[in-house]
Design a protein around this ligand. Structure first.
Ligand code: NDP
Length: 341
């Protein structure tokens, strides 16, 4: 597999955005950050419109000096570029019904996540450019790093090159929001979706399960709730380890630990050969993520996520997770701490 291409500011020509009407659908975490960055890069405010229903998000956009359009048909008609920055699960309903029919044949559509494009849940006209500019950062960091004059990691791809100009325009937009400053990595909706959903459905569930079971075993061995919660996460040691891993290296960060710890971690991890985990991970990647099985199953429960109480499947998953010994113990510890304050 060749190394991925990385694009920098010098690869992007901002003048491609001259005179273009750029519409942001949504002014939430990413919408607010990206629209402000774009304007601060020098794209005139008159060229930028925020499409949002009348509510606090619209008020915030207006308070920040943006033009706000509540009528989505009008926003769709004027857009030369549309950033779709509303939650992934509502994008097909809103975009396909309210934007797609009214949009220009050669509009550029920008997504910040590969999910809906990879699973073909959005409708596009053949001459439209569909590009992904996907920051690997939460919105507040997209904004604060930009304000500090620094970049943020970002994936970029052209998913449909309707005009033949998809890459230059994707690069100009990436530069506009500050994504080429630290280097935007060439990727694809498939790659982004595979990694995102794999992390969410394979890697982190295993990490949660490992913590849960480690907690159970140590508790059975007589360790107190307080000691366990602090030892395992409330001290923020895991957060510090991951920060060191990002700065110094995944393995090299171990050098910050004691010699006994380094020996234990390195010898222990090499003893676990991981074959069954690898097979389990492959199963999730190929038979749940990439084949669309999860996407299909999620679409069946999507509407229920608006419901209250136990009818909402997410609430039910929270309820069951909060019944675990780890969560119950943490609740007791936090209640005790609150009493002490
Ligand atoms: P948010 O949850 O912050 O989006 C909120 C915005 O979406 C508001 O403007 C809200 O307006 C609007 N919205 C919500 N529901 C609807 C609806 N039914 N119809 C119209 N507008 C709606 O989203 P994010 O910024 O978190 O995510 C946007 C995109 O960015 C997604 O594709 C996500 O995957 C991607 N992304 C997110 C990252 C993150 O850290 N959050 C990181 C990288 C990418 P209102 O409620 O008024 O309708």
């Amino acid at each position: 597999m060749p190394s991925a291409r990385i694009f920098y500011d010098a690869d992007a020509d901002l003048s491609l955005l001259d005179g273009k009407n750029i519409v942001f659908l949504g002014f939430g975490k990413q919408g607010s950050a990206q629209a402000q960055n774009l304007r601060d890069t020098g794209i005139p405010n008159e060229q930028i419109t925020i499409a949002n229903v009348k509510d606090s998000f619209a008020d915030e956009a207006r308070a920040k000096g943006f033009n706000v359009e509540h009528d989505f048909s009008k926003a769709a008609e004027i857009a030369d570029v549309l950033f779709i920055l509303i939650p992934d699960q509502v994008q097909p309903g809103v975009f396909n019904n309210k934007f797609f029919p009214k949009m220009k044949d050669t509009a550029v559509i920008v997504v910040a996540s590969g999910y809906n494009v990879f699973f073909n849940l959005l409708k596009f006209k053949p001459q439209q450019d569909v590009v992904m500019v996907a920051p690997r950062m939460i919105g507040s960091s997209v904004r604060s790093l930009y304000q500090k004059g620094r970049g943020f990691p970002c994936f970029i791809s052209v998913e449909q090159d309707g005009t033949g100009n998809g890459l230059p325009i994707a690069l100009a937009l990436s530069r506009g929001i500050g994504a080429t400053k630290a280097g935007a990595i060439a990727s694809s909706a498939r790659e982004e979706t595979a990694m995102d959903l794999f992390a969410e459905q394979a890697l982190w569930p295993n990490i949660i399960m490992m913590f849960r079971e480690a907690f159970n075993v140590l508790k059975e061995a007589g360790c107190s709730d307080e000691a366990l919660c602090y030892e395992m996460w409330m001290s923020k040691e895991p957060a510090e380890i991951f920060e060191r891993a990002a700065d110094d290296g995944f393995i090299a960060q171990l050098k910050h630990h004691s010699t006994i710890s380094q020996y234990g971690q390195l010898s222990g991890s090499l003893k676990l050969e991981g074959t069954s985990t690898r097979e389990h991970f492959k199963d999730i990647l190929y038979n749940q993520v990439l084949n669309g099985k999860f996407c299909k199953a999620f679409s069946l429960i999507e509407e229920d996520l608006e419901k209250e109480g136990a009818e909402n499947p997410l609430n039910e998953l929270y309820r069951r997770s909060e019944e675990t010994e780890l969560a119950q113990a943490e609740k007791r510890v936090r209640a005790r701490l609150a009493e002490l304050l």
